[in-house]
Design a protein around this ligand. Structure first.
Ligand SMILES: [Zn+2]
Ligand SMILES: [Zn+2]
Length: 322
């Protein structure tokens, strides 16, 4: 981020094509994936793509063939922007694994902008009871955190460990606690530890501290492979560790007996399905999740990403258009 990789440019307002909506952006969340893209951990799929995939906006025009939304509707645009709908993964309900899937702010221009286009079939209705800024982090941080929580196979009333406590983790933790879980948080950021305890976490400690009790499930949100062995070691027999991020630094060598034996499971999380999004957004409304937001103006996107890289943001950063 030190080189200022983002450029503020003027482009014509795009025209919606077949099945597309033109959306005026009200605000857009800043996700760690945007940082990976800006810093080159994640290769761009298209030159000069506009980042941003936690978009809260208002439909201003609808192209031919749109059926779900029209002008005036407030909608959310998330990471998954399209799939082929026909491959073996799509047919079995795993559209998140579709090899021809496309993503907002990676393949298609995203929400660090005043306007964007999105496919009608991949746009989400928004839950009520939240401000625009609070809604934005729900759209990726929230949805991915929810999928990660499900992938971690947390039993009802179980013990969950969370490594890294930013936008995604602070929402997933609340969902877990609503289900009666004891949540233990591991992060190097003191402000994030305070937020965790404030939200009701059972404990909060440094990334490499031992867990106060064995864990049934764990989720790694930090993009740091070094925490995989300690997370595995803190699992109880038969426990599951899910890695939530799209990018992780290399995982150090594991010790089979100490880290994996006794049927501990290590798994990844890859994007999300539209079903995950629908379920999570309904749940967010029902549970009245608390969303911790730090607002930035659009032209401070570089600063927001730099703050995210340096752990200076508590909760989620959101770019506001006005
Ligand atoms: Zn497919
Ligand atoms: Zn994201």
């Amino acid at each position: 981020m030190a080189t200022g990789p983002l450029r503020l440019t003027d482009r014509p307002v795009p025209e919606p094509g077949q099945g597309e909506l033109l959306i005026r952006v009200l605000c857009c969340g800043v996700c760690r994936t945007d940082l990976h893209l800006a810093e080159g951990d994640l290769r761009p799929r298209r030159a000069d793509v506009t980042p941003g995939h936690e978009v809260v906006g208002e439909v201003v025009a609808a192209g031919d063939g749109t059926t779900r939304f029209g002008p005036g509707d407030r909608v959310g645009v998330a990471w998954l922007a399209g799939t082929d709908g026909s491959c073996r993964y799509c047919r079995r309900g795993s559209e998140n694994l579709c090899p021809r899937s496309v993503y907002t702010g990676w393949d298609r221009d995203g929400g660090y902008a005043e306007y964007l286009l999105a496919a009608d079939g991949y746009v989400h209705p928004l839950p009520s009871g939240f401000s625009d800024a609070e809604l934005a982090p729900l759209l990726c941080a929230g949805i991915i955190g929810y999928r990660a929580l499900r992938r971690a196979e947390l039993p009802p009333g179980g013990r969950l460990g969370i490594w890294g406590f930013g936008g995604s983790a602070h929402l997933a933790a609340q969902v877990a606690m609503a289900g009666g879980a004891a949540v233990h948080v591991f992060t190097r950021a003191p402000a994030a530890r305070r937020l965790a305890l404030d939200l009701g976490a059972a404990s909060a400690q440094d990334s490499f501290d031992p867990s106060p009790e064995p864990l049934d499930s764990a989720i790694i949100f930090a993009p740091v492979g070094d925490v995989v062995p300690p997370a595995l070691r803190n699992l109880d027999r038969g426990g599951t560790l899910a890695i939530a991020g799209i990018h992780l630094s290399d995982i150090p060598a594991l010790n089979y007996t100490g880290d994996l034996f006794q049927e501990r499971t290590l798994r990844s999380v890859t994007a999300n399905t539209r079903g995950d999004a629908e379920e999570f957004l309904r749940l967010a409304e029902r549970l009245r999740l608390r969303v911790s937001v730090t607002p930035y103006p659009l032209d401070a996107a570089d600063r927001a990403l730099a703050d995210l890289a340096a752990d200076r943001i508590t909760g989620a950063a959101v770019l506001m258009m006005t």
